[in-house]
Design a protein around this ligand. Sequence first.
Ligand code: 2P0
Length: 347
Amino acid sequence: MDESITATCIAPINIAVIKYWGKRDDKLILPVNDSISGTLSTDQLCAKTTISASPTYTETKFWLNGIEGDYKTNLRMKNVIKTMKKLAKKKSPKNKALKWKLHICSVNNFPTAAGLASSAAGYSCLVYTLAQLYGIENEDLTPIARLGSGSACRSLDGGFVHWMKGISPTGEDSVAVQLCDENYWPELRVLIIVVNEAKKSVSSTNGMSLTSTTSELFNYRIMKCVPERIRAMKKAIAERNFKDFGELTMKDSNQFHACCLDAFPPCVYMSDVSHRMAAIVHGYNKNAGETCVAYTFDAGPNVCVYLLEKEVRRFVTMLAAFFPCDAYDEGKFVRGIPIKYLSKISE
Ligand code: 2P0
């Protein structure tokens, strides 16, 4: 009799409006600052993970986008699985599946490691799928997702999510909480404009380590700016105040990239096309007489644009005027309007 068990789940990416950048503990993945993000709908960009456990497997293996990875050297994945098993054992000590090895298959339906939060979707999906596999319910999984990739803890809930840095050296208070669900601000939309699908040259982990150890501006950001921005962003979201929300989002993205440039040697994530996109958004808002579109850039050149539904058509039409044919970026032609995805914020 085949005793093996299987679970499959999908998990979305999230786009931060107040950025996480810098760790106070590399192993436990504890951040130096709070962050806030919006979770995108899973019908556009997501990770899909299938995990099976079987008494016949001789070793745990994983595949990402069809290519087998080296599980033995993947310390973060091993740590996540070990911690999930420990939790499952506490809940049901007699679960024999906990002794079985795993086969893990994960696919992303968007560019992996191009600054589009692929690790956030991937690790939140891994943790959630393991919870289904082992029958874990009603547990806060965010501190375990965090062990895979910090930003993954923000993808376990829909709507807007606040990851609190916590103060404990062991990290139990560094958890993510939902500020509001995906139905709270139904007019809000996110455009993901892929200007380059290439893998980023400096990983987020290395980039944040370099920034936090060499940038003076970084200390100013952490001490003086982020705490006040977190307060202001929570207020803007609570009031559904797009002007404040959009301005804070753009300013925080700009400051995060300024700190990256202040690292030594500098971490350059935005490209010429990214800077042109930012200028287009400012021009659009100036013309409209108010902030109705807001850009934000993660650790890569691709642009995320938050805007209200009523603005989408006009903004996309305007963008088509700037990028009517081939846009040239970093040795690669991007055909037509480089808009690939349109997502509603939801679970
Ligand atoms: C964020 N980023 O808040 C920020 C903004 C990128 C720019 O979280 O080292 O892949 O695995 O914890 O989670 C990317 O960082 O880094 C990230 P690790 P992670 O979304």
